[in-house]
Design a protein around this ligand. Structure first.
Ligand code: NAD
Length: 339
């Protein structure tokens, strides 16, 4: 039996998770939810996804636009085993009550606080702890990117201390409300930023401090990491370690990938849907051991790195796959992640 998945909030993250779910052989889309008619609603129908209105008061608007809806979110919840909530942050409490009423498991995104579910998820770090839970939160794009590398480093060498500067994209490429900005914005001014605390929601024992700057770009985030490890290792050891991880893609400036622009072009050239880059992009030639401390750069595609983690979270919560490594393999194989 395939797990029946509802997607509430069919925007940047929701539409990507829907396509990734549809690509798996052990789950299927029960339906997707939109608040109002749009090109995305029409494309959802063209893709064969049943479309539902967020609430009864939205149905008429869809009818007027001649876009066929199969009912409302509440109708969909009765047909689904699990809902991926990709609505904008801060709708969590309200929807949590509704999902509970319909007895549906739920996965939220990083715009919600850890406290909403009491459990924050990353495929490699804590899949087993997610098994059978009713609710979980897939952490944000930045936190997912940080946990992937820090979990690998901590497991192999032990982390004494991590210091990270995040250069954040100011807005997503389709966002005409937030930008453009012509500035570098310390965000927040008062340090540290919340990203370290968010990493601790999954890896509580790691000593991490983060700073973040909002930058005039929409493409990707760029992280500069400085990590003190408990055990001595070489630059080659770190390259081997990252090469062995399922969602880290090593690139090199020698191949003329010297920026987030070229990293995004690379994703398009390897045929990724929407030009998405699901893996952390780590510059192999940035990896340096200096005075015993590790330094490197990584780029994170904010629109897509959390997508495979959502697919794995569906398997963990529904229990259709008990082994995290197997789930990661299945997800990666179905999506074509070969790094
Ligand atoms: P988005 O604005 O692109 O999409 C949200 C969708 O939800 C839109 O289609 C909107 O119409 C719909 N919506 C709004 N209110 C709704 C409601 N009450 N009920 C149902 N649907 C509603 O947002 P997004 O960027 O996809 O973000 C979704 C979540 O994912 C947030 O928690 C965000 O923090 C998180 N996230 C976003 C990114 C990113 O870079 N975009 C990365 C990682 C995590």
């Amino acid at each position: 039996m395939k797990a029946k998945v509802a997607i509430n909030g069919y925007g940047t993250i929701g539409k990507r998770v829907a396509d990734a779910v549809a690509a798996q052989d052990d789950m299927e889309i029960a339906g997707v939810v939109k608040t109002r008619p749009s090109f995305e609603a029409k494309i959802a129908l063209e893709k064969g996804y049943a479309l539902y209105a967020a609430a009864e008061e939205n149905v008429e608007e869809f009818r007027k636009s001649k876009i066929e809806v199969s009912g409302t979110l509440e109708d969909l919840l009765d047909k689904a085993d699990i809902v991926v909530d990709a609505t904008p942050g801060d709708t969590g409490e309200e929807y949590k009550k509704l999902y509970g009423k319909h007895g549906v498991r739920a996965i939220w995104q990083g715009g919600e606080e850890h406290e909403l579910t009491g459990f924050s998820f990353n495929s490699e770090a804590n899949y087993r702890d997610a098994l059978g839970r009713d609710f979980a939160r897939v952490v944000s794009c930045n936190t997912t990117g940080l946990v992937r590398v820090l979990y690998a480093l901590d497991t192999a060498y032990g982390i004494r201390k991590a210091r990270v500067t995040l250069m954040r994209r100011a807005a997503d490429p389709n966002d005409i409300k937030t930008g453009p900005i012509n500035a570098l914005v310390p965000d927040p001014i008062k340090l540290p930023s919340h990203h370290g605390t968010d990493v601790n929601s999954i890896l509580p024992h790691i000593d991490i401090t983060t700073m973040a700057v909002k930058t005039s770009t929409t493409l990707m985030h760029l992280h500069a990491l400085n990590v003190e490890l408990n055990e001595t290792c070489s630059e080659d050891d770190i390259i081997q370690l990252f090469a062995s991880r399922p969602r880290i893609r090593l690139v090199s400036s020698k191949d003329r990938i010297k920026s987030t622009a070229e990293a995004m072009e690379f994703a398009k050239d390897i045929g990724r849907p929407r030009g998405d880059m699901w893996e952390n992009v780590v510059w192999k030639d940035s990896i340096a051991i200096n005075k015993g401390e590790l330094y490197f750069f990584q780029a994170i595609h904010q629109e897509s790195d959390v997508v495979p983690e959502n697919v794995d979270a569906i398997r963990a919560l529904t229990g259709i796959e008990k082994d995290g490594a197997n789930s990661i393999k299945k997800t990666n194989r179905a999506l074509g992640i070969t790094s």
